[in-house]
Design a binder for this molecule. Structure first.
Ligand code: PMT
Length: 220
């Protein structure tokens, strides 16, 4: 018997970067460490939730007492997310998903030529959190917005465009928070307004965010 704000609820969290192959030895990715998403997963477990962590490649150990699904690409993360959407109460997209992937993955290592420039063509990846938010049985859906400018305005646009219930705006222009940092500071935005949470450890922030999501989910 599990007690806690999310006892009996299923929480699915995406975390870390995705990695999109260019050829057998190269890929494009980003600086997400997975720390924020893993801290949220840990906090969801502590709140009593049946927790699923879908993670891109990170250096972190999977927390105990949850289902861990390792993926590499955005398309794999989408497939795992759709599979886990059944019976999901709260979906949290903390992953930094590559917006684009190379149109073609070269079968062999791309060789250096005499040309000074190399052009790669990219195609848009599916939007995972927007796909989940468009399901007929939509979970309470939380996104993050990592922005280097116009933080609140861009986050509000993403909240509306992706049909999210709540978005966490993350200012990545500030040193010491955001990508790969141990701390974070965020603004929580939903249709009722916004609330700033000052800098603290990702673990501490995750516990506060999970408590907030549980309350908002209950009220929804
Ligand atoms: O992993 P850490 O080092 O701890 O860093 C944490 C973090 C900064 C990565 C995290 O807090 C964060 O902000 N994650 C979202 C990063 C991001 O890529 O944001 P975005 O603004 O590009 O995407 C907006 C939202 O849509 C996000 O919830 C993202 O998961 C989701 N998305 C984006 C693109 C896509 N194809 N599918 C998605 O689901």
């Amino acid at each position: 018997f599990v007690t806690g704000a999310l006892a009996g609820k299923k929480v699915v969290i995406t975390a870390g970067p995705t990695r999109e192959a260019i050829d057998p030895v190269r890929y494009i990715s980003n600086h997400s460490s997975g720390k924020m998403g893993y801290a949220l997963a840990q906090a969801a477990v502590e709140a009593g939730a049946q927790t699923v962590l879908i993670s891109g490649p990170t250096q972190l150990a999977a927390p105990d007492r949850l289902e861990f699904i390792a993926v590499t690409t955005a398309e794999e993360m989408l497939a795992a997310s759709l599979q886990q959407a059944a019976g999901c109460d709260v979906f949290i997209a903390a992953a930094a998903v590559a917006d684009y992937r190379p149109v073609q993955v070269a079968a062999q290592k791309i060789k250096k030529t005499g040309d000074a420039n190399l052009t790669l063509e990219f195609v848009k990846n599916p939007d995972i959190v927007a796909t989940i938010a468009a399901l007929a049985e939509k979970p309470f859906t939380v996104g993050f917005a990592a922005e280097s400018e116009n933080l609140i305005a861009y986050a509000q646009q993403k909240l509306a465009r992706k049909n999210l219930d709540l978005i966490i705006a993350n200012n990545i222009a500030v040193t010491g928070i955001g990508f790969n940092a141990d701390d974070n500071a965020v603004t929580v935005i939903d249709k009722t307004g916004q609330q700033e949470i000052s800098q603290r450890s990702k673990q501490q922030l995750a516990r506060e965010l999970i408590a907030l999501f549980a309350q908002k989910f209950k009220d929804s």
